[in-house]
Design a protein around this ligand. Sequence first.
Ligand code: EPU
Length: 426
Amino acid sequence: MDRLKISGGKPLSGTIPISGAKNSALKLMAAALLTPEPVTLTNMPNLADTRFLSQLLSTLGVEVYWPKGDATCHLNAAELTSTIAPYEQVRKMRASFNVLGPLLARYGHATVSLPGGCAIGARPVDLHLKAFEAMGADLLVEQGYVKAAAIHGLKGAHIVFPFVSVGATEHAMLAATLANGETVLENAAREPEIADLADCLNSMGAQGSGAGPATITIEGVEKLHGTTHDVMADRIEAGTYAMVVAAAGGDVTLTNAPVAALSAVNHALRNAGIIVDADKDARTLRIQRNGSKLNAVNIDTAPHPGFPTDMQAQFMALMSLADGTSIIRENIFENRFMHAPELSRLGANISVRGHEAIVKGVDALKGAPVMATDLRASVSLVIAALAAQGETEVSRIYHLDRGFERLEQKLTAVGADVRRVSAEEE
Ligand code: EPU
């Protein structure tokens, strides 16, 4: 298994280009199942997760043309050979479950493995299933699989989500595009990726409105056509590099940054004393910290436009060096503090009480061997390591490869000392 060796303590300077958003790309790829015509996605991030979903789509009979390293992915679901998504594939990545809605909407039946829990919590899919039932699907959950059928097609429904779910909102949107009649989704998620999905679906001929506010309306159509869609830039990747510079110091400009989607993160950074120059038109975000102290800032994770749970671990790494105590509350997932004990190995002073982490800032962190546990937790260790004195070795970095495109290259380009070491090299 590969590891990262990081020598910290060097201020960074230069430019980091932001890639396409993983969490948008995965739903856009699933949308290609809705039409027999070609769908081309540009600004596609080359990640383990997106490559993995392209394999699942191929298994279903989608023609995928996506040369290695290329940012354009061509998908053609003209003729599917299967509507079954097997356990071996869905278990590896939860977002694979998103093929259920499109298959059901277009073919009237699908069998998809339940995704199961994951490192950050149980993560059930009950809201997804309730939405499909409201749209007239018959569901049977048996031997770990969801067997779904809507012989006469899905019908529009009025769905009120009891709490905000990004995945359930997107999944219901995908299915509603081909349902018979109008679907209204209330208390829908408002994450920027939802608007990106809505734009793509509308460019395929869907009749949707309102992605962004908490109520989304979709009038089903008989069929959708092909499209070319540019995947939005990754707000979590951009926010993560902003935290890298905030922690290690320096002056770095992020290009192709989804500036408007980052307001809660930028607000927290500014409160911490970081200079953030955001230019929406130029899509740049310049982050500066030149020796200034870090203020302790409290955060509460919340659905968009609140502070994103996917940035919580990175912010904790930053706050471990703040001047004072910050309280970090995780309100989305029940078990998303696995980075806390690993950060403590680097000298951070963090105590976790249920959904709350109390982070007492320390003067300095010191390099140590640490282990990645999930995607965002892993990158919080990279942030801490870049700010720490001495060398840190991060193991199990396959988690990082799921969601950060060319991480070492992007970091070394701004002066960081980061090396990937493969097991064979030692
Ligand atoms: N939930 C249920 N039932 C459901 C659906 C969700 O109880 O049917 C719960 C979840 O267990 C969680 C909460 O509702 O406690 C919110 O989950 P949500 O459905 O919003 O999350 P998701 O769609 O599974 C996506 C991202 C996550 C991100 C969350 C929240 C993708 C592929 N994943 O997950 O990203 O943290 O939204 O913003 O889009 C990551 O990229 O590292 C990551 C985990």
